[in-house]
Design a protein around this ligand. Structure first.
Ligand SMILES: [Zn+2]
Length: 97
């Protein structure tokens, strides 16, 4: 059983299709819509920031409900492991080289 991201720990996952994702804990600074359930994610809500490491902006990130990540996204991972959380996740910056 893999634990969800925290402020100190992110998750690196690879799907069965070979897509590489980085999941980080985040707090919503504006209103988002979860791409999984299509329900809104309110300002101030704890949620999961999902970065697609192989995609280009603006399609390289999404904001998911924590429960949607644990119930749906984690199941698509062939491999997953914990990594240190980025200091400050930003949608427009790529943290990988
Ligand atoms: Zn959701």
């Amino acid at each position: 059983m893999i634990s969800l991201p925290t402020r100190r720990t992110s998750l690196r996952g690879q799907t069965y299709e070979g897509e590489r994702l980085l999941l980080s804990a985040a707090v919503a600074t504006k209103l988002y819509r979860c791409p999984s359930c299509r329900e809104p994610l309110g300002i101030g809500a704890d949620h999961i920031f999902v970065r697609y490491l192989d995609a280009d902006p603006p399609w390289d990130h999404e904001h998911w409900h924590t429960r949607c990540v644990s119930e749906r996204l984690l199941r698509t991972f062939a491999t997953v492991h914990e990594v240190p959380a980025p200091k400050r996740p930003r949608p427009q910056r790529r943290s990988r080289r």
